[in-house]
Design a protein around this ligand. Sequence first.
Ligand SMILES: Cc1cc2nc3c(=O)[nH]c(=O)nc-3n(C[C@H](O)[C@H](O)[C@H](O)COP(=O)(O)OP(=O)(O)OC[C@H]3O[C@@H](n4cnc5c(N)ncnc54)[C@H](O)[C@@H]3O)c2cc1C
Length: 292
Amino acid sequence: MREIKGISIIENASLKNLNTYKIESKAKYLIKIETLQGLIDLLKYLKENKIKYFILGAGSNIVIDDYFDGAVIKLEGLNKISVRQTEITCESGAMMGALSCTSMNHSLTGLEWAINIPGTVGGSIVGNAGAYNKEMFDNLRSIKVLDENLEVKTILKEQIKHSYRHTDLKDKPWIVIEATFELEKGNKEKSLELVRERKERRMKTQPLDMPSAGSVFRNPENDHAGRLIEACGLKGKKIGGAMVSEKHANFIVNTGNATSNDIKNLIKLVHTQVKHDFNVDLVLEQEIIDWK
Ligand SMILES: Cc1cc2nc3c(=O)[nH]c(=O)nc-3n(C[C@H](O)[C@H](O)[C@H](O)COP(=O)(O)OP(=O)(O)OC[C@H]3O[C@@H](n4cnc5c(N)ncnc54)[C@H](O)[C@@H]3O)c2cc1C
């Protein structure tokens, strides 16, 4: 594996700083991709040698396990963003904040909402991230993926089933490598003002000073998961190092040394309590990754 160009490998790597919950977890290999060809050559090698792999974005929407006996792949070198008139093309390892800033710097409007999403473009497409009644698929035109035969394919937005915080890309063995968005001409100052207001509101309402992975559950129709959880009296509820945030009940925070199990058990407890008190089946927005 070490002979493959365009990648770098760390063995027995800590993933603590690669997931926003800061769960102490390890992977047999952590592989950072610098070029698309590096990724293709690596996947060939992993498939031939029957080594399991997992594509990690910014780790901001997942609850990872304690150990992965395989290769965690980070696409961080695939992060180029280019602008042509009202069209932006972005590699999937780029951060959402970089995509949003680039669009505003070119006086384009449509991606202001994305500035506070601490994820990659790839992870955000797969999960159809969104905020303030906007979502990834609003301005998306097409994506490029590496398919199961390691061929690059262009997929139009219309070919992807998507709904609130969900796409059918989750069920496909594809790796998103690039996305193209169509935006509109806007006003940079207006966009920056909007972003400033929203940032202030987030700082006031979300526990951004503690490790978390954002909203735990999707909002049920015409209601808020946070309202239901708070009404169950669960704010401040703790299991081990995991706690339902005192500031926003739909956030679970790591108070210092939360394990993967602490977080998963607290998620279960909250789900059961809300079902018991309100007969509402909350749907998880975060993804529990089972590496066993
Ligand atoms: C403080 C905070 C606030 C947040 N606010 C919001 C919000 O307002 N709205 C919102 O929607 N989300 C929010 N989130 C959640 C999160 O940031 C988003 O869901 C984000 O889109 C996840 O991207 P990621 O790169 O971190 O994906 P990860 O969590 O790393 O991965 C998620 C899934 O995508 C897969 N994946 C990642 N990259 C690729 C790829 N290139 N190809 C194929 N599969 C891939 C992974 O294997 C995994 O299954 C918030 C999180 C935090 C911590």
